[in-house]
Design a protein around this ligand. Structure first.
Ligand SMILES: [Zn+2]
Length: 403
């Protein structure tokens, strides 16, 4: 503790150059999913060295390799496609929420739309959408005749320079951006004076509350608390109109209007104790290892996502996970991987469940829905969730980290 940052990073919130490490993982997968049998099996790992800024408590990965960002976001495989009724309904709700604040037939810019599900939902509600997304896995044919114009590139792009939109939408992106200030300024420059912006991201307040260790994974550079994000938004010239708790507080959504940028001097500062937080996280890590070790027989993961990615980086060297199930049809022939090798992703099947001693639900934000599905498919062994036990209410499913 109290050691200076290993690399000369400046805190993006307060500018301090000092930080205390609170969480580290030596070899964590950079990608949640990748093609199976890649030639260079040893590549594709990074370090987690998540630190709390000494000046303001902001959490960020000191070991994030900014040079590797292009490889990371040019992504080999599209992830986070909505695959369950719950996920599809959530995309529709977000589209409806955004459209409620717009005039008829608005011009919308979506930055970092993944597979484009939200852009398509907005276009169905008669928005004209420009989607900027760098993933090379995205198929332009998907958008033909939909009202969505795809720009397969990293934002900002010259083709849209000077264009102002009625709405600017950016979900689950800002936590991946090493330097958020110029990015937010570019978003603000794309917004009409009477426009509305919607930004969504994971909440570090939730991680601090629950000590959720699987929420630390390589693609996230920054972990923002609400007050920190409000400050960055104000500096970029956004006024907060409304804030939404999403997925029971796991994520936060900001509805924003154009405003005059706030001077750089203002600071967010709220105390966290890095030593106490680090100790609580370490306890979770040990508890997860103990529970996995107590399972007598093959263990399957359900959900080939960022939380499975984090789990493999933490435990795969000691826990030989036997299978990974996922509902995403496009994951056929893809794998997850960790320090001990890769595991091919399979669609969930009752015959395969039958051979498992336990199933761990990695897609923990949808754990209740998935647990019902697993039970309906005839698996009656233990099912664990990666959801960290919260201070509010006990979960429906036993947490792998339950003390
Ligand atoms: Zn700071």
């Amino acid at each position: 503790m109290n050691k200076p940052a290993a690399t000369p990073h400046r805190c993006v919130v307060c500018g301090s150059g000092d930080a205390d490490t609170i969480w580290s993982v030596a070899r964590t997968p950079m990608h949640a999913v990748r093609p199976a049998g890649m030639a260079d099996i040893a590549s594709g790992f990074g370090n987690l060295d998540v630190a709390a800024c000494s000046g303001c408590g902001h959490l960020f990965n000191l070991a994030f390799d900014t040079e590797a960002a292009d490889e990371l976001y040019g992504a080999l495989v599209l992830t986070n496609e909505p695959v369950s009724p719950g996920m599809i309904a959530a995309v529709d709700e977000t589209a409806a929420l955004i459209m409620r604040h717009l005039k008829p037939s608005p011009a919308v810019l979506e930055v970092g739309g993944g597979g484009g599900a939200l852009s398509l939902a907005l276009a169905r509600r008669s928005a004209r959408v420009d989607l900027v997304e760098p993933s090379r896995a995205l198929q332009p044919e998907r958008f033909v005749g939909t009202g969505v114009t795809l720009h397969r590139a990293m934002f900002p792009i010259t083709a849209l320079a000077g264009r102002r939109f009625d709405a600017v939408v950016c979900r689950q992106v800002i936590e991946h951006v090493p330097d958020p200030a110029p990015f937010l300024t570019a978003l603000r420059a794309s917004l009409a004076d009477d426009g509305t912006a919607y930004l969504e991201m994971p909440s570090a307040d939730d991680i601090l509350l629950r000590h959720s260790i699987v929420d630390f994974h390589y693609p996230h550079v920054h972990y923002y608390r609400r007050a920190e994000m409000e400050l960055l938004l104000a500096r970029a010239g956004f006024a907060v109109a409304e804030v939404f708790d999403i997925k029971q507080g796991h994520d936060m959504g900001f509805l924003l209007r154009a405003a005059e940028p706030l001077a750089r001097e203002a600071r967010a500062s709220s105390y966290i104790s890095p030593a106490a937080f680090a100790a609580a996280l370490a306890k979770r890590r040990v508890r997860g290892a103990q529970r996995l070790a107590a399972i007598d027989g093959p263990i399957a993961l359900y959900g080939a996502n960022a939380y499975a990615q984090a789990l493999l980086g933490l435990y795969q060297e000691n826990t030989p996970f036997a299978a990974v199930f996922d509902d995403t049809a496009a994951y056929a022939g893809r794998c997850v991987y960790g320090p001990a090798g890769e595991i091919t992703i399979e669609p969930p099947r009752a015959e395969r469940f039958a051979g498992m001693a336990a199933i761990v639900v990695a897609a923990y934000l949808h754990d209740a829905e998935i647990a019902r599905k697993i039970a309906a498919m005839g698996f009656h062994g233990p099912v664990y969730t990666l959801r960290a036990p919260g201070p509010d209410a006990p979960g429906l499913i036993v947490s792998l980290f339950d003390p």
